[in-house]
Write a protein that binds this ligand. Structure first.
Ligand SMILES: [Zn+2]
Length: 267
């Protein structure tokens, strides 16, 4: 695993604080505090935002989803072992201050964070199969049709039936294949939903988040998740559960796995 740069700015007002742990920036340079302007008490503002963020999380938090060793997408026991992540982005209207800053990019969104569901191989493959089905079916159909179009004898037969028939066959193969793929996709998705949360928005974790005012940031593919072997380690919502367990007066919990050997942690 690539080791993160040390967060070693001992002069920072939030050095080794709970807010720093939850803020979960990769380095001090990538922290929102790095953009501090004179005359602003940015540290207080960041602390307030972190507290607000925490109040907008469900009681059980979100870290358990990516920390789970078993699939959190499987509905039934036994659940597969987790070996990838199904990631879905969520946004929140709060806080207004960040929303305003982000106006040029995406209005109406303050906090953003991904839900990272630990996912087994089977569930992961189902997401992929479903996503590619509308392309897969016309591709397979076209492959089947190729011998027809490269064989002069067969082509002659088709043309003798009607000169426009080859053209119609191509249209049917591409368009019809796509529609057939869409149809099969919907049937398959319903079947998958029986023993997995194929629609991740129906997952209890997504529902709990949406009850707190979060909304999914969906792209053209609807609620299809991004699949990744590695989880997103940094940023809001991606801190391990230990970060939230810290009491205000405590220092950041030391995750020995992620601390470079030459880094010294102050007692
Ligand atoms: Zn699974």
């Amino acid at each position: 695993m690539e080791k993160p740069a040390a967060k070693n700015n001992t002069a920072c007002a939030l050095f080794q604080s709970r807010a720093c742990a939850i803020l979960n920036s990769e380095t001090c340079e990538s922290c929102p505090l790095a953009s501090e302007r004179p005359g602003q008490n940015q540290a207080e503002l960041v602390k307030e935002n972190v507290a607000l963020f925490e109040s907008l999380l469900p009681d059980e938090g979100v870290a358990y989803l990516f920390e789970s060793g078993t699939c959190t997408v499987c509905k039934n026991e036994p659940k597969g072992s987790a070996d990838r992540f199904a990631i879905l982005d969520f946004g929140h209207h709060e806080p207004e201050e960040i929303q305003v800053r982000r106006l040029l990019q995406r209005s109406g969104v303050g906090f953003m964070m991904p839900l990272q569901f630990a996912c087994c191989r089977k569930c992961g493959r189902r997401f992929v199969l479903s996503a590619y089905l509308p392309l897969l079916v016309p591709t397979v159909l076209t492959a089947v049709m190729i011998p027809l179009f490269v064989s002069p004898h067969l082509m002659q037969l088709v043309k003798s039936a009607a000169v426009w028939l080859p053209f119609v066959l191509v249209l049917l193969t591409a368009g019809g294949g796509y529609l057939l793929g869409k149809f099969l996709q919907q049937r398959l998705n319903r079947q998958f939903e029986q023993d997995m949360y194929f629609d991740l928005l129906s997952h209890p974790a997504s529902k709990a988040l949406m009850e707190k005012g979060w909304f999914p940031l969906l792209d053209r593919s609807g609620s299809a998740p991004i699949l990744s072997r590695r989880r997103i380690e940094y940023g809001l919502g991606n801190a391990p559960s230990g970060a939230y367990a810290v009491k205000t007066e405590d220092k950041i919990p030391v995750n020995t796995e992620e601390i470079p050997e030459n880094r010294e942690i102050a007692d």
